[in-house]
Design a protein around this ligand. Structure first.
Ligand code: ADP
Length: 584
């Protein structure tokens, strides 16, 4: 019997993670009882010191990539988005509210602040956020510049003052994203996520009330109406994404376009940092993307969380996070050789530590099964390892191979949150900046938002949309009416090695849907050095297809010659293939 995999949690780690790993038969690493390198997963809330990446063994995984901070710190994210906007045009990168990093950008901020006053249009609202804090700490909303007081580096963003509301309550979406690798870029989005509500009805008049304007659970848990049963929302402040999806259906809203736009936001955001930083194939990164929908259903990126909370606060949290963690572990693609941790079934040592594993012990293990050679360097990526996973999870796969009538869970099946609150082998390379300064000027493509609402009343300017959660008309999308065998055959096509190269990573692992690369062109563009220009071209194409699909209802009978869009659409529970949804 193979030895158990071993996890190491820094500072106690998230309890739910421990629970899931123990339930899967993992063992916890306790310093002194096991050798220093006798572990398979090291989980930390904060970043790892760079030495951890350098000393990583082939059987070990870390839960952070070295370069993620480029999107997870509010000021760095803004700088990176600006750079991409300058290079690729603001029509693609139009998904984050205009922002200024203070104190540096103060003059630019003032120019923007006075614009409406000079133009005679209504003044804007602004939101000020400390760049180094999270969970709503230190955030305030203001209208007059005299109210802008700060004593640390902050970011001031245009406040989305007309958010989409559900029964009068503001909400945002927590989308869980796993970056399996930056080199090549491989991204998965989890189908399940959270909707986080403010706990007092939205109004633009009381800017100081955090329970109206902020959707952080850590804040709303402390509000007076947290435990109250709120009209259309229920008790607490969270829904699962499934419940939200069900709600969208009840409103006759075509959700496919929404998910694809959010998926594009995730890809475009990660592309800001993907070309730089070292390759580290033994790392995964779980990121929490916070997305706010405005009254026109346009998704806005608010921020990217480096260390999304994994501890459950309420039933919705538990339902989402437990599955999320399990799927994340599956995505780490452990193999039987990882169980060996550099030797044959290492015995547990109780009173002394194991001798240090040697830097180059390949001689000693040459004859032992198929163990990796133990160079102290980051191992090459093995896309085929992840491909194997998909067959190992045939049970998980089965639902998407089933008949394609969309199975929308009934309200009673959807998690109820009303009763409680919830939640290359080279170690490193110099940053690849080769794409910079090439003056990539792309023609302006309108990132037009298709009208994805059919029955939602959008109130007049100055009011936020307020959707009644009681509407009951279910709109089943015809895109799902495809046949099982046709999917299976397509899946096989996807798994076939391309022109002698490794096959693409699996379309899905558990409820994680691969969203990048999303077609053959992006797969090729990301194989070696990321060809940003080519990727942007594909995203533009997809965006145009999105726009085109606004007026066309795509059915399952779309030509199968469109090999290009063979990814699944992230979002729906039984995701259709992109090519079945969007015109090529
Ligand atoms: P934190 O890291 O402190 O959670 P966020 O950027 O996520 O900071 O902001 C906290 C909350 O404030 C969000 O969940 C959202 O409800 C609200 N918020 C943040 N930025 C905006 C914005 N530009 N417009 C409207 N609401 C915002």
């Amino acid at each position: 019997m193979a030895a158990a995999l071993v996890f190491r949690l820094h500072d106690g780690g998230p309890e739910l993670l421990r629970q899931v790993l123990l339930e899967r038969g993992w063992e916890e690493h306790h310093a002194g009882r096991r050798g220093q390198e006798d572990w398979n997963l090291y989980w930390r809330g904060a970043d790892f010191p760079i030495s951890e990446y350098r000393n990583l063994m082939p059987w070990q995984r870390l839960n952070h990539h070295p370069q993620s901070v480029g999107v997870t710190r509010k000021d760095r994210l803004e700088r990176n988005l600006r750079r991409m906007r300058a290079t690729f045009g603001s029509s693609l990168y139009d998904f984050s509210p205009a922002a200024f990093i203070l104190p540096n950008d103060f003059t630019r901020f003032l120019a923007e602040y006075y614009k409406p006053r000079l133009q005679g249009t209504p003044p804007l609202f602004w939101i000020c956020k400390p760049v180094g804090l999270s969970r709503g700490r230190g955030i305030f909303i203001f209208e007059k510049v005299r109210d802008l007081l700060y004593d640390c580096a902050v970011i001031v963003q245009k406040y989305i003052s007309e958010p989409l509301l559900i029964s009068g309550y503001k909400f945002d979406l927590r989308i869980y994203v796993c970056v399996k690798s930056f080199h090549p870029l491989i991204v998965y989005i989890h189908q399940e996520g959270l909707v986080r509500f403010a706990t007092e009805k939205y109004s633009q008049s009381s800017l100081q009330n955090p329970y109206i304007h902020l959707t952080n659970a850590s804040i709303n848990k402390l509000g007076p109406f947290y435990h109250a049963t709120k009209d259309g929302v229920g008790r607490g402040c969270k829904w699962t994404l499934s419940k939200f999806r069900h709600f969208l259906h009840s409103q006759n809203i075509n959700e496919l376009l929404l998910w694809q736009r959010i998926s594009n936001i995730v890809t475009l955001t990660l592309l800001t940092i993907a070309p730089s930083g070292p390759a580290c194939h033994n790392c995964v990164e779980l990121l929490g993307f916070d997305i706010l929908l405005d009254v026109t259903f346009k998704p806005w990126l608010l921020e990217v969380n480096h260390n999304p909370a994994l501890n459950p606060d309420c039933p919705a949290d538990l339902a989402v996070k437990k599955k999320l963690i399990g799927d994340l572990i599956d995505l780490m693609s452990y193999t039987c050789t990882d169980h060996l941790r550099g030797g044959a079934l290492l015995p547990k040592v109780s009173s002394h530590t194991l001798p240090r594993i040697q830097t180059r012990p390949e001689k000693s293990i040459q004859n032992k099964s198929s163990c990796h050679r133990h160079h102290r360097c980051l191992p090459p990526v093995h896309l085929d390892r992840t491909s194997r996973l998909i067959s190992a999870t045939s049970e998980t796969l089965h639902p998407i191979m089933g008949p394609h009538s969309r199975t929308i869970r009934s309200v009673s099946e959807v998690t109820h949150s009303q009763s409680e609150d919830e939640l290359s082998d080279v170690p490193s390379t110099l940053p690849d900046t080769s794409w910079r300064g090439q003056g990539l000027r792309c023609p302006d493509v309108t990132w037009r938002l298709p009208d994805i609402t059919h029955s939602v009343t959008v109130p007049s300017t100055g009011q936020a949309a307020n959707i009644s959660a009681n509407a009951n008309s279910l709109h089943l999308l015809s895109a799902n009416a495809r046949q099982e065998d046709s999917f299976v055959s397509r899946f096989k096509v996807v798994q076939t090695p391309l022109q002698g190269h490794a096959p693409p990573p699996p379309l899905r692992v558990g409820d994680f849907i691969r969203t990048f690369p999303f077609n053959m062109a992006t797969l090729k563009a990301s194989r070696r050095q990321l060809d940003l220009k080519a990727v942007m071209r594909e995203i533009r194409k997809l965006t145009r297809q999105l726009d085109a699909s606004q007026s066309t209802t795509m059915g399952p009978d779309i030509s199968d010659k469109q090999e290009d869009l063979d990814s699944l659409l992230w979002g729906p529970k039984d995701p259709p293939l992109l090519r079945h949804c969007f015109k090529a």
